[in-house]
Write a protein that binds this ligand. Sequence first.
Ligand code: GTP
Ligand code: MG
Length: 486
Amino acid sequence: MRLLRRPFRPPRNDVMKKRNLIYNTDDTIVAVSTPVGEGGIGIVRLSGRKALLIADKIFVSKDKSKPSTFKTYTIHYGRVVKKSSPKEIIDEVILTVMRAPKSYTKEDVVEINCHGGIVPLRRILDLALSRGARLAQPGEFTKRAFINGRIDLAQAEAVLDIIRSKTDSFMKVALGHLEGGLSNKISSLKEKLLDILSELEARIDFSEDDIELVPKEDLSKKLYASFREIKKLIDDAWKGMILKEGIMCVICGKPNVGKSSLMNVLLRRNRVIVTSVPGTTRDAIEEEINLKDIPIRVVDTAGISEARDIVEEHGIRKSKSYIKRADIILFMLDFSKRWSKTDEEIFNSIRDKNFITIANKSDLKKKLDINKIKKITGKDEIVETSLLRRKNLDKVEEAILQKIWHGEIPHPEGAFVTNLRHRKDLEGAHKCIRKAIKALGEKSTAFPEIVASEVKEAVFFLNSILGDTIEPDILDRIFSKFCIGK
Ligand SMILES: Nc1nc2c(ncn2[C@@H]2O[C@H](COP(=O)(O)OP(=O)(O)OP(=O)(O)O)[C@@H](O)[C@H]2O)c(=O)[nH]1
Ligand SMILES: [Mg+2]
């Protein structure tokens, strides 16, 4: 006889109930959901039990019917009016009603589209507050969507990622997460671990005489499969993090090699001063570009050499500090000059970093011994450019992309981990499963208990990604990063 039990699987409704007990969602919240400033339209959003009643108090429709009588997903023309004396028309608006549970928050939601100016928005907000609403905290609408079980925490975090996305690729990844791409993967991993847990608990509760137990080797195979799946998610996380956060690319070299010229080429505008005077750039300058959908912070630095005055000294110190923090260094040399002691000193400070060597001014008479540079740098690739003649500019960008992706450009539709919190939880789960596999291999008779406790902890980590087991203060920290009104 085979006994299948499913422990440790709280029904979804219980999780919701628990969330509702911890977070009070009794009151009705209100906020301005559009950015502050002038715009075509502005939106004031209400969510909660009294959203429609508050709308009744402040909205007068053309045919005088009340919002509390409106059907869900209907739009109504009218005015926001301060009805108490003296009666005053605040603005001409369009009001939308989305009734619970089919709304963003799963509560009654009312959205008022008014004229997009600071005064109409503030006055409608004030009026709603005076009629019983409470000012929403940052991200509170999305938090309610999570608390009320419409989305899990990874999906809620994806909302913020979509709002903050700087490139099309990352937007695609974030949208995939919002649609459940990552959550489904995590949930399926969790299900597999829970199945293993059922087998282990059967071993703890019954002897081989009572039931047919799954062989130890099968358990081990299943654990290994989950182990590999989690490892893949962790190993690929850097791709998601790059799409999200981008990288810092620092241009360095001795004075006058063409660093600022390269900065301007990468930015496709004359952002920094270029002159024939060595030491033109005195301070590091940071700008952001979008290179094939990767946000890249490019930094032009002051040429590193013997400082002639205190200003240069500060500039050079800054250059060195940027070199330390860089993800990729563009190490620039002058094709028309021999390898110098200064080049060597700069190279020594970057040799352990991820660097690309660029020999610029290839239009001039060649004095730089390229073979010698290849030997010194230990790399065959040297990008030879003439920024003046605009030669091989695309090669610089190609080299940067090659350094970032190591030739393997990720597909934005992939369910990449893009969030440090998720990666840490996956690392936690990974560690537990490694311990579980080790315990399974040992001869101890107490192995089911030890393995089960590690698997349970791994499930705990996966639950934390979905938000099923998460401390309220961590949750508050996550939502505090949102803007008000989202
Ligand atoms: N012939 C030639 N001149 C170049 C090339 N690239 C840049 N230059 C010139 O070299 C000089 C120095 O260029 P910058 O871009 O200011 O050099 P830099 O490395 O930023 O110099 P510092 O800010 O002083 O460290 C300018 O006169 C540029 O026009 C090139 O490919 N060929
Ligand atoms: Mg410069």
